[in-house]
Every structure is written in structure tokens, then in C-alpha cells.
Design a protein around this ligand. Structure first.
Ligand SMILES: [Zn+2]
Length: 450
């Protein structure tokens, strides 16, 4: 059989060539693997990895050799991709590769086991053994493989915590990633609680990585905030841990339906403002921008009835989203929301404007200005002005420029969590508390900085 001809046909997207190479089995492996390692070959690399994977066990040893000798990162990546998904009946074949002298082979074997998820449980002792591997990539992949096993890995990881060795710390991270607080045994929960108390004493505020939404309330009455937000199960944390939880819950895609709505981070009073980070269940499970907008507005208005003033802010680290909603004495007085539009997928598509999508939502209710709150008192008849005028009114009222960012507005009107520092006055404790989605549920997974 002329493998070169088959490879040419494979480059031309001929699926019968793939079938013929797979049918050739072990005899085809060397040629296919050489082509895979040739970065200048016209055959798409993923076509070749598919062939090697289907050939299965006969590809194993040649791939180990190629991985150990890979001259470039790209060749290692290609060989690793083929190696990780070999069609073999007994996955125990990977165990020997976990102990290979080449770190590239060990990492690729750990990656193969990670893809097995819970079915990799029989390999737990081998994977934990790699927690102290000299190569950082191998250590990381072993941790990921353990985490992918899930709850079944918890007893073995807890045992590592009770034994000496550097792997103890890695095991703690893996436990937290699998099951959060609940995955820790009583001894570790006690130790973590003590560490939080030590670190919280005299903690200096640091800037929060802002992605998601938060509220600002001008109060230091934390129990009133918990009550108003319907939060329970409050647990003291460090500010660093609270912020890490908020970011974990918004960026950890392995969390389920209630990943981002199970808990909220309530700050100590920062320069007199309590910030509440997180998504309320009432908002999290809504579909449609209008419904979300209306719920946020109603909630802000309600909060301001109780606290006099309530702000909601939104920002994203992924796109240009920025938003705010400002309410006083039960009324929303300014609501702004902007999303930078994505460029059209099809460059020939002429139907999409290439300007940013801008949305303004400004309420106007004429009323008497409160001294000290309003920057200037205006006397416009709100029922007779256009939407644009109303928007201008709101802008002037707080002197907010038209293209401000939520963090600018927060700097001017409350406190900007993105620039917190030692000059900020801190009163009270940071806490994490559960929403109705998180109450009586397993703790949210995630390894968080304390
Ligand atoms: Zn929820």
C-alpha cells in the first residue's frame, strides 16, 4: 500500500483515505507520525491525529518516542493531542507513561487521564504522586486530572492533607477546586478559619478586578444590608477572599446553573459605602435585556427607599460593557448601559452598522433638590422634555460626562472598587453570604486566595 498517495488524498479531504490508513493499522503509524511531526506538511495535523487515535494501541509507543524527542512545542502539542485520545480498550496503558523520564510524556499522560474525568479514579495514587514532579507543567496537569475526577477524589486528597510533604498544599487547592468549603475536612476548615482571622486583622484594601455587577449603599449597617438583599449564612472573610469568590463565580465555567447567583460578597464599609458584589437570584434567572433592566431598576429604587441612596454598577473585563443605575428616595434618577458591539462575523455583511450600540435609560421625575445631594437644581418640566433632554438633565445633575465608565461614576459618587488602597477607611468586616439560590446547597467549588 502506498501511504504517500493516501496522505496526498487525505490532504485533499478524502475520507476514504483516512479509512484506508486506519485499516492499515500498525503498518501506517510510522509514515503518519512522521508527517504529523513535519510542520511543513500540507496534510492538516488534525487529520493525522484522528488516524493515529483510531489505530489505537499500535500508535502508543511511537507517540511516546515522538513526544520525548519533539523538537518544537508545536510538534509536542500535535503528538500530545493524538496521545490524549487513543482508542484503546484499557486506559491502564497510560500508567507507565506517567513515570516516563520525559516530562512531555508525563504531562501528556496526565492530560489523557484528565479527559477520562471520573473514570480516572483508579489512577489517583499515580496522579497524586506527580504533585511533586520537578516539571511544573506535569504538576499542573496532574492536579487538573485529580480535579476532573471530582468528588471521588476527595478521600484520597484529604489523606494527603494529613500526611507530611509539599504535596499537602497542592491537595488543599485541589480539594477546594472540587468542592469548595465542603470538601475540606473539619481540621482544614478550622485551619482556614483561623488563617482568615489572622489575615483579616489590619488587612489593607486592594483594587478589585472588576467583572460583573455590584451595588453601593451609603451605610455601615451590614445587618440591614443582609436583610434587604435576602442574604443568609454570613461568614467573615478577608476582602481578598470575598473579591476572589466574586470573580471565581463569574469566570468559573464549570459551575452549574447557580454558579454566579449562590453567594454575594459584602464589603466592610469603605469610606462609608458598603459594596455588595454578585448577582441576585431575581436577576440571574431572567432572560432578556428589558426584563433584567427593569428588575435592576426596581431593586435599586427599593433599596434607595430604605437607605436614601442606592447605586448599581456593571463592568466587564471581556468586552466594553459598562453600566450604572442610580436611585434616590425610591426613584431611579439615572440608568445607563452600553455595550461595545462585536464586529460582524461576515466582513461582506453590509447590514450591520459599525458604530457602538448605545442605550440610555434615564428617568426624570421633577422634585425638589436635596441640599448636599444634588450638584445643581434644575427646573425643567420633566413631562414635556424629550428623552435626549432628560438624559442631558441626568448627566448635568451629577456632572456625569456622556461617555463615562462605571468606575468613573463610582469614583465620583461612591467608591471605586477598582482603585481601593490604604487611603480607604475600613469599618467592619468583609463577609460572604448566601442568596436563596445558595442556601442549603453544597458550597461553591473554587480555590480562593485568602
Ligand atoms: Zn440561581
Amino acid at each position: 500500500m502506498n501511504f504517500d498517495v493516501l496522505l496526498e488524498r487525505l490532504a485533499a479531504d478524502d475520507s476514504t483515505a483516512e479509512q484506508a490508513l486506519v485499516a492499515a493499522g500498525a503498518a501506517a503509524v510510522d509514515t503518519v507520525l512522521q508527517t504529523l511531526c513535519d510542520e511543513s506538511s500540507p496534510v492538516p495535523w488534525y487529520r493525522l491525529t484522528t488516524v493515529l487515535q483510531q489505530i489505537g494501541e499500535a500508535s502508543f509507543a511511537p507517540l511516546v518516542t515522538a513526544l520525548a524527542a519533539a523538537p518544537t512545542a508545536e510538534v509536542a502539542r500535535r503528538c500530545g493531542a493524538a496521545f490524549a485520545d487513543l482508542d484503546v480498550p484499557d486506559k491502564a496503558i497510560y500508567r507507565s507513561a506517567l513515570r516516563h523520564h520525559s516530562p512531555a510524556v508525563r504531562a501528556a499522560a496526565a492530560n489523557a487521564l484528565q479527559r477520562l474525568k471520573a473514570r480516572a479514579e483508579p489512577f489517583l495514587p499515580d496522579l497524586i504522586g506527580l504533585f511533586e514532579d520537578p516539571a511544573s507543567d506535569v504538576r499542573q496537569r496532574a492536579v487538573w486530572a485529580c480535579e476532573a475526577i471530582g468528588a471521588a477524589a476527595i478521600p484520597a486528597l484529604r489523606a494527603v492533607r494529613r500526611a507530611p510533604g509539599r504535596r499537602r498544599r497542592t491537595a488543599l487547592t485541589a480539594l477546594a477546586t472540587i468542592g469548595g468549603w465542603d470538601a475540606l475536612d473539619a481540621t482544614d476548615q478550622h485551619a482556614v478559619t483561623r488563617l482568615i482571622e489572622v489575615k483579616a486583622a489590619g488587612e489593607t484594601p486592594v483594587p478589585v478586578h472588576l467583572c460583573g455587577s455590584w451595588y453601593a449603599i451609603p451605610t455601615s449597617d451590614q445587618s440591614a444590608v443582609l436583610d434587604t438583599f435576602g442574604l443568609t449564612g454570613a461568614r467573615p472573610v478577608t476582602m481578598r477572599l470575598g473579591a476572589a469568590a466574586w470573580n471565581n463565580d463569574h469566570h468559573n465555567w464549570s459551575l452549574g446553573e447557580h454558579g454566579s447567583c449562590s453567594r454575594m460578597y459584602v464589603t466592610p464599609a469603605l469610606n462609608g459605602w458598603t459594596l455588595i458584589f454578585g448577582t441576585l437570584p431575581a436577576v440571574a434567572h431572567l432572560r432578556g435585556e428589558v426584563a433584567i433592566r427593569d428588575t435592576v431598576r426596581a431593586h435599586c429604587a427599593e433599596l434607595s427607599s430604605r437607605f436614601g441612596v442606592a447605586h448599581w454598577y456593571g463592568a466587564s473585563c471581556g468586552d466594553g460593557w459598562t453600566a450604572w443605575c442610580l436611585a434616590e428616595d425610591g426613584t431611579v434618577i439615572d440608568h445607563y448601559d452600553i455595550v461595545e458591539s462585536e464586529p460582524p462575523d461576515d466582513e461582506d455583511d453590509q447590514s450591520e452598522p459599525d458604530e457602538s450600540v448605545i442605550r440610555y435609560y434615564d428617568d426624570f421625575v421633577p422634585r425638589t433638590a436635596r441640599p448636599g445631594v444634588l450638584h445643581e437644581q434644575l427646573s425643567i418640566d420633566g413631562f414635556g422634555v424629550s428623552a435626549a433632554d432628560r438624559s442631558q438633565w441626568a448627566r448635568r445633575r451629577y456632572n456625569i460626562p456622556d461617555h463615562a465608565h462605571a468606575t468613573d461614576v463610582a469614583t465620583w459618587l461612591s467608591v471605586n472598587p477598582g482603585t481601593l488602597g490604604p487611603d480607604c477607611t475600613v469599618t467592619g468586616r468583609a463577609i460572604l453570604a448566601l442568596t436563596s439560590c445558595g442556601a442549603n446547597q453544597p458550597s461553591t467549588p473554587g480555590a480562593l486566595a485568602i
